[in-house]
Design a protein around this ligand. Structure first.
Ligand SMILES: Nc1nc2c(ncn2[C@@H]2O[C@H](COP(=O)(O)OP(=O)(O)OP(=O)(O)O)[C@@H](O)[C@H]2O)c(=O)[nH]1
Ligand SMILES: [Mg+2]
Length: 346
């Protein structure tokens, strides 16, 4: 769900990479991470199994500097494609502003491509969203395979709607940024149509979507995305700020970092406890003392908050509990930003 901070003139939106298992969602996100200037992205949070399959989700926050006079912040997620992770897919899909569907060009994946598209449609419908009127881009991945299905075959399998589509090879990055740029364009168009951000004013210095003069949004985005892979970040004594701390309001950066450090050290109990405490502190900015009411006021799912408290009390957290805790904490930060909390006096 997009959130707007009018004071900071900032809009945050959520984009989800969806598709069958092994189609190349995580690989695509890694290419985007490598292609964006370090100053415009947070850390890539990835949670693979030993066999490199996505267990919960991958997460990358990026900033596309300006949309009109608003700064656009994107949270990019991938879902786990394996069929039995549908509960996680639903959770990650909640509040998405756009979806990049990554289809696999391997002929053996035709059925799973179709099933995954049907699954996306079903999971969005549960949120009351019709795919026909939702920002969607299709990425036909693994075009480098010698026996890749033809473009026509793939279109008829997963793109009966005729949404914008791109041929990609995520392993070498071909087409991945073009797909992302189109997604950004559709999300912005949708945010404007829903009046979440104002339409551009007819002033020369503002970026314009479709006119030849002026820098144009496309050019603006291009400016912000390096076409070449970024050099590795310099060695830091402290671990780099992670994805969740990047979203934190100033007063909660340290607790968020503490949770991330616990996670990276494998201290999952510590991570869940730290998240639970930081969520409590975050919710307290909504006023009152009752967790459920605070969550409600911020527009959060109270069940997630209670679930987090239960996991923190259990003292037997596993990696997926810690990932869930970080997810709830990230949601709290996004909702706080939406509500303009904490105020500068707090
Ligand atoms: N040949 C080829 N292989 C690719 C391409 N993209 C990804 N792969 C490979 O496909 C495998 C799966 O890629 P992932 O990015 O982990 O797939 P995923 O969609 O995230 O999979 P899940 O997390 O299980 O849903 C890896 O071995 C990748 O190297 C591509 O464009 N071409
Ligand atoms: Mg993955």
């Amino acid at each position: 769900m997009s959130t707007v901070n009018v004071m900071a003139r900032e809009v945050a939106a959520k984009v989800v990479f969806y598709g069958p298992g092994l189609s190349g969602k995580t690989t695509s996100l890694k290419r985007i991470y490598e292609s964006i200037k370090p100053s415009l992205r947070g850390e890539l949070m990835s949670l693979p199994t030993e066999a490199d399959r996505t267990l919960f989700f991958d997460f990358l926050p990026v900033r596309v500097e300006k949309v009109g006079d608003y700064a656009l912040r994107l949270a990019l997620y991938t879902v786990p494609g394996q069929v039995f992770y549908n509960a996680t897919r639903k959770l990650v899909l909640q509040g998405a502003d756009g979806v990049i569907f990554v289809a696999d060009s391997n002929p053996g994946a035709d059925d799973s491509n179709r099933e995954s598209m049907a699954n996306l449609e079903e999971n969005l419908a549960e949120q009351g969203i019709r795919l026909d009127s939702f920002p969607l881009v299709v990425q036909y991945n693994k075009r480098d395979l010698p026996n890749a299905m033809t473009l026509e075959q793939m279109r008829s399998s997963v793109n009966s709607r005729g949404v914008p589509d791109f041929e990609t090879c995520a392993t070498n990055g071909e087409g991945v940024l073009d797909t992302m740029k189109e997604m950004v364009r559709l999300v912005i168009k949708d945010l404007r149509a829903r009046k979440v951000v104002p339409s551009p004013r007819p002033k020369r210095e503002l970026p314009k979507l479709d006119t030849p003069e002026g820098p144009g949004l496309e050019a603006k985005i291009r400016e912000q995305l390096n076409e070449k892979p970024a050099p590795p970040p310099p060695k830091a004594v402290l671990p780099p700020m992670g994805a969740v701390a990047t979203l934190a309001p100033a007063v909660l950066i340290d607790p968020a970092r503490a949770a991330e450090v616990c996670f990276s050290k494998g201290d999952y109990d510590g991570c869940v406890r730290a998240c639970s405490e930081a969520v409590s502190r975050g919710l307290s900015f909504a006023g009152g003392s009752e967790r459920g009411a605070q969550a409600f006021l911020l527009g959060m799912d109270g069940r997630d908050v209670l679930d987090l408290e239960r996991r923190a009390a259990s003292g037997a957290s596993r990696v997926d509990d810690a990932a869930f805790a970080l997810y709830v904490l990230a949601q709290t930060f996004v909702r706080l930003a939406d509500a303009g909390l904490p105020t500068p006096q707090q």
